[in-house]
Design a protein around this ligand. Structure first.
Ligand code: AMP
Ligand code: MN
Ligand code: MN
Ligand code: MN
Length: 285
């Protein structure tokens, strides 16, 4: 159970990945994944296809989502695992969260135009599944493909992060609502890639305290953004707060993502994996 090759965080063309849910299922299977979850940003439209493709590949599957949250003026991502993608509260909450994306994407386009980069909104939108799902990743791909930037690291460092010319702040869901939607849909809420946030010690403490108070249950210990030191640190956090440990590559695209689907190390010992509490929610392959 502890050493299961679970990959519980990745993205398809439904959000900012470049592979379809079916292509991801096949890739997960051939990479030796035993339990998989597709977790698109603020959208569950890929879940039916993912679950069917996982079943066809003989892969155990958990329906998933990654919800964008604003906490202490920063964006935090909350992964929901084992959710019912047809749940009304979840669907309405996600639709509301997606609502401001197009306006923000146009504002990013305007901000980039103001520094001499024309056509970015149209370029990013053409790469996205729908105008309501234009993410910074789509802007990054467009800026790289047009030669404005060398790679996505270059894009985020110079254009799309706070203080840079193409950054546009966005008010996402509250932590309380995101956890509630996930729980209402029968799922388990997990704080995604905690090492990526730039919180003070007090703010991080508040994040985990409030998360737990709202019924949040897990934390990603292993994910592509974490160094071995980060993993050790959040393994301690999991033990300290009594949180379940999750593991997910956050795979987006071949050649772009640093960690391949299913290619993370095993969870550190002494942790309880999230999947131990999700057995009833697993769709058996
Ligand atoms: P958005 O939800 O539109 O703000 O876009 C967030 C997405 O941008 C994340 O889910 C990542 O896929 C991507 N992203 C954010 N920061 C970086 C970064 N520093 N390097 C590469 N991709 C990033
Ligand atoms: Mn993403
Ligand atoms: Mn994320
Ligand atoms: Mn992600």
């Amino acid at each position: 159970m502890h050493d299961l090759n679970a990959d519980l965080h990745c993205h398809s063309t439904v959000s900012d990945g470049t592979l379809s849910p079916s292509q991801l299922a096949e890739r997960a299977k051939s990479n030796g994944v035993a339990l998989w979850a597709l977790t698109d940003h603020d959208e569950v439209a890929g879940q039916r296809e993912a679950a069917a493709a996982a079943h066809a590949a003989g892969l155990d599957y958990l329906c998933g989502v990654e919800i964008s949250v604003t906490f202490a003026d920063q964006t935090v991502h909350v992964v929901g695992l084992g959710v019912d993608p047809d749940n009304g509260a979840l669907r309405e909450g996600l639709a509301h969260t997606r609502g401001g994306r197009n306006r923000r994407a146009r504002a990013i386009g305007d901000a980039l135009a103001a520094v001499g980069i024309a056509g970015a909104y149209e370029g990013a939108e053409a790469l996205a599944d729908s105008p309501d799902m234009v993410t910074r990743t789509h802007f990054a791909r467009w800026l790289v493909s047009t030669g404005v930037c060398r790679d996505s690291h270059d894009v985020f460092r110079n254009y799309l992060t706070e203080g840079k010319p193409g950054y546009v702040a966005q008010e996402w869901a509250t932590l309380r609502d995101a956890v509630r939607w996930i729980r209402d849909a029968g799922g388990l809420a997990v704080i995604a890639h905690p090492a990526r946030y730039k919180f003070s010690a007090n703010e991080e403490w508040a994040l985990f305290e409030e998360f737990r108070a709202h019924g949040g249950r897990g934390v990603e210990v292993l994910t592509s953004a974490h160094t071995p030191a980060d993993a050790a640190r959040y393994a301690d956090t999991a033990r300290e707060y009594g949180l379940l440990a999750s593991r997910g590559s956050d795979f987006h695209a071949p050649g772009e993502s640093r960690v391949e689907l299913g290619a993370l190390p095993a969870l550190p010992s002494g942790l309880t994996p999230v999947w131990s509490e999700l057995q009833q929610r697993i769709l058996r392959g």
